[in-house]
Design a protein around this ligand. Structure first.
Ligand SMILES: [Zn+2]
Length: 360
């Protein structure tokens, strides 16, 4: 009797615990630069030993030109991933239940500081602002308002080239989704662009999102983008980086509803996921290196899902940790091989550790 009674109590207690556990988010994501060839092995180890036990199910890899593209070899980085390297990553990910989503920055982020990236270096005719010369020593702010270069979305030849890269990288990773970046696009609809001058910037942005989305849809692939250009930076006080002060934000009502929004906020747990969800868009909230903010964002995401209507609930897709360094620096920090005394515990790896038990 005593044993039976104990078992019953145990069963009841377990049921109560289970009832209290929030269901896992549909997306439990991690985003980092794709490893360089020499980093593939330690990165695969990290997938097996760290991503898998945390039930991460989505891995965004910022590939850009770090792949040995065959149709456009002129756009490869000098040290780029081979198909064999990619297979090592996808095999480990698949075994761990992780979907890999490759990213190539489209539209914006075609340069960084004083370096022009491969697309505009090889095809300078695609530059939205060819009159803006790259500085020898970059500083912000500057007279040109140069943060990063953009390609002109209305150049008649740009899409045949970038879509070739997109298709090749998605095929290599066996991906059912692609991340196009599209964050922090400051140069769009430039007054001096012969194709874009005078055009509505929100329409230009939305048209580019739609063009990319439609291309991916022909192969049953889904588009993911960062959300900042769709938020009104002035009215919200979110400013020009994590939101838009360059007139692109009305695009939120013009883009297809099946585009996944990655809503990044690194300083405060801004509740903008609700805004995207109410616009009919699916959204994941993205922290970076502030553990208390990330834990609050994760709790908010749980709360949105718990209190949403059945129509809205599935739009709250979950959390994705973003890491803005290369794989080597992140792994050095994560495994304690380097310390950052200035950052203290406000590091991407502390944030990763804090948010994923919370998500799990
Ligand atoms: Zn243009």
């Amino acid at each position: 009797m005593k044993t039976l009674f104990s078992v019953s109590i145990l069963v009841l207690a377990s049921a109560a615990t289970l009832a209290q556990q929030p269901e896992p988010f549909p997306v439990r994501g991690f985003c980092i630069a794709a490893p360089r060839p020499h980093q593939v092995e330690p990165f695969v180890k990290f997938i097996n030993e760290e991503l898998k036990p945390r039930s991460i199910n989505t891995l965004i890899l910022r590939v850009d030109f770090n792949f040995m593209f065959e149709k456009h070899p002129e756009l490869r980085d000098s040290a780029a991933l081979s198909k064999k390297d990619v297979a090592a990553i996808t095999t480990a990910s698949k075994a761990a239940g992780i979907a890999v989503i490759p990213q190539i920055n489209l539209l914006g982020h075609q340069s960084w500081a004083s370096t022009t990236h491969n697309l505009l270096r090889v095809y300078p005719q695609f530059d939205e602002t060819p009159h803006v010369k790259m500085p020898e020593k970059y500083q912000w702010p500057n007279a040109d308002g140069l943060y990063c270069k953009s390609y002109c979305p209305q150049h008649p030849e740009v899409h045949s080239i970038v879509f070739s890269l997109v298709d090749e990288i998605c095929d290599a990773f066996g991906a059912t989704a692609f991340h196009a970046g599209m964050d922090e696009v400051f140069y769009i609809g430039d007054d001096k662009c012969p194709r874009c001058a005078g055009k509505d910037k929100a329409t230009l942005f939305a048209n580019e999102v739609t063009t990319i989305r439609n291309h991916l849809a022909t192969k049953n692939r889904k588009l993911w983008i960062w959300g900042d250009r769709l938020l009104d930076g002035n009215t919200t006080g979110l400013g020009m980086w994590e939101a838009s002060t360059n007139a692109t934000y009305p695009a939120v009502d013009m883009i297809p509803k099946d585009v996944m929004i990655c809503d990044w906020h690194y300083e405060r747990p801004d509740k903008t996921a609700v805004y995207f969800a109410m616009k009919g868009l699916q959204v994941v909230t993205c922290p970076w290196r502030n553990p208390p903010v990330a834990v609050a964002q994760s709790a908010d995401m749980s709360s949105y899902r718990a209190s949403a209507t059945s129509v809205m609930k599935d739009r709250y897709q979950g959390m994705m940790q973003t890491v803005w360094s290369d794989v080597g620096s992140f792994l050095d920090g994560f495994y304690g091989r380097t310390a950052d005394p200035k950052a203290g515990t406000n590091t991407p790896w502390d944030c990763f550790r804090a948010v994923f038990p919370a998500v799990r």
